[in-house]
Design a protein. Structure first.
Length: 359
């Protein structure tokens, strides 16, 4: 408990002592000060035995910390370096046992696991769900893209030029701007009466899957728009199970017809995006300029937020057929098209700002 919290609680007890002195009972004190009747009765007995001084704060409770301020600062700096810097590189997770071992190894002071856990909390280290990031990700390439390529993309008054693609070496797939939604039971836990397991009905045969492609169109002075393309795969023999280059280009052509302006397209390094067929399709469109995101950087793709939003809204739904699933997906995406503020939020999550051109 901090000194501010101790002072606040002491003020409540001293106010209770003033009420006891004028003859107010413990139940009424509990009601006025919004405390439990048990606490009010304990304060009444302590006040009767020792007066107002018995309700004053006695300072911080518990055992004194064995690490002084200087050592706590050094420990915090060690924890900031991560567990890998101290030999725990197999899972890179800080635990109470590891922190207790680190304290004993560096400061020769014995700490229990619970004591090390409380000390971590005091230093500002709380339980966190670790985020997953690809080991092949190049942080320098991501930073260089933000500082060099992104200002070129968002530059105001950029005239239309011949189609082009980034010449950087394709380095695998990042988070894909599409989703595969197979027909399956809902991902969330359905509710039912206690003791009766809820049952959902789904098709017992493989009836196909859905592939999605989407883009968020940004234009200064205009609403943010969402475009998407859906293809249903019925698991027929010889049928393609993913979107083709033509499917992606149809989506871009639709955005061009809607905006009626040259397009600067930024997408990830999906194999379909960097294939020779796609490069030929891009070169045939003089109004299209293509830039590639750095490898393994899905946080720079605002469409990832669209897919996460749709998966969340479909968590508790069960489609009997893949055609019914297509209807549900179209319904969710259609509702997002009328929410430009939500689309702006997906863009804001990337940390990339689109400055309007000067007047």
């Amino acid at each position: 408990m901090t000194a501010k919290e101790r002072a606040r609680r002491e003020a409540v007890r001293l106010r209770a002592a003033e009420l006891f002195a004028v003859g107010v009972g413990a139940p009424e004190v509990a009601r006025q000060l919004r405390v439990s009747p048990k606490s009010a009765c304990q304060w009444r007995r302590a006040w009767a035995a020792g007066g107002t001084a018995a309700l004053a704060s006695t300072g911080p409770g518990g055992q004194r910390c064995r690490l002084g301020p200087a050592l706590r600062g050094k420990l915090a700096a060690m924890l900031e370096q991560g567990p890998a810097a101290h030999g725990w590189d197999e899972d890179q997770v800080l635990t109470g046992a590891r922190v207790a071992t680190l304290i004993g190894r560096k400061f020769h002071i014995s700490y229990s696991v619970s004591g090390a856990t409380r000390l971590m909390h005091r230093l500002g280290f709380t339980p966190q769900v670790p985020g997953r990031r690809a080991a092949e990700r190049d942080e320098q390439a991501v930073t260089a893209w933000k500082e060099g390529t992104w200002p070129e993309i968002k530059g105001p008054g950029r005239p239309p030029t011949a189609g082009s693609a980034s010449r950087t070496k394709p380095a695998g797939n990042s988070g894909r701007p599409r989703g595969a939604l197979p027909q399956a039971p809902p991902g969330g836990a359905p509710r039912g009466r206690r003791g009766h397991t809820p049952v959902v009905t789904v098709s017992g045969r493989r009836s196909g899957r859905i592939s999605l492609a989407g883009l968020i169109a940004l234009r200064p002075g205009s609403w943010t728009r969402l475009g998407y393309r859906i293809r249903v795969h019925y698991s027929r023999r010889g049928e393609r199970r993913s979107l083709s280059e033509a499917d992606y280009m149809h989506l871009v052509d639709g955005a061009h017809q809607l905006l009626r302006a040259p397009i600067v397209l930024v997408w990830d390094r999906l194999s379909t995006h960097v294939s020779k067929t796609m490069q030929q399709l891009v070169a045939a469109r003089s109004w299209l300029t293509v830039f590639l995101l750095p490898a393994y950087a899905p946080e720079l793709n605002p469409v990832e937020g669209v897919w996460a939003h749709c998966r969340h809204r479909l968590a508790h739904l069960t489609a009997g057929t893949v055609d019914r699933l297509e209807i549900l997906v179209r319904n969710r995406l259609k509702s997002l098209q009328y929410r430009p503020a939500a689309l702006d939020g997906f863009m804001a999550e990337t940390g990339l700002q689109l400055d309007p051109p000067p007047p």
